[in-house]
Design a protein around this ligand. Structure first.
Ligand SMILES: [Zn+2]
Length: 149
């Protein structure tokens, strides 16, 4: 049993921000259906959002340092691998991940998780919470697993 297995599990959160534009459009639907389903987000020339990104990292508190993870380091990882990559981009055209999938908030959260996950220690859980507007918020993965410790 490692020393950290008896440490309390804590979740820490880091908040980041980026601006990006998108167009949500499904070529399998008619123009009328696209407009009805996606509303303003189907605008042919795209439109922008101010995305508020919250990264949740959870795991045992390191008994020597007292952190789950250094939040400055988490911020640097988020900046290098997420916000520098997405900020002020037209997601559909500028970000290869969205060449074939619609940049809905749900799909953006999944992509952000994939960008972050390799850079965060494997024993820590990572959840991405993305607000596309102050009232529309998504989270990936959907479920937060409560570990017994
Ligand atoms: Zn939109």
């Amino acid at each position: 049993m490692s020393a950290s297995s008896s440490s309390p599990r804590v979740a820490v959160y880091r908040h980041e921000h980026f601006n990006a534009a998108h167009r949500i459009h499904n070529p399998a639907f008619s123009d009328a259906e696209n407009s009805r389903i996606y509303g303003k987000c189907n605008n042919p020339n795209g439109h922008g959002h101010n995305y508020e990104l919250t990264i949740r990292v959870s795991g045992p508190v390191d008994p020597k340092i007292g952190y789950v993870m250094d939040l400055g380091e988490l911020s640097s990882i988020a900046k290098r691998h997420v916000t520098d990559y997405l900020d002020h981009k037209f997601l559909n055209l500028d970000v290869p991940e969205f060449a074939t999938i619609n940049p809905t908030a749900e799909n953006i959260a999944v992509v952000i998780h994939g960008l972050l996950r390799p850079h965060i220690p494997a024993h820590l859980d990572v959840h991405v919470i993305l607000a596309e507007t102050p009232r529309n918020i998504v989270q990936f993965p959907a479920d937060i697993v409560i570990h017994n410790s």
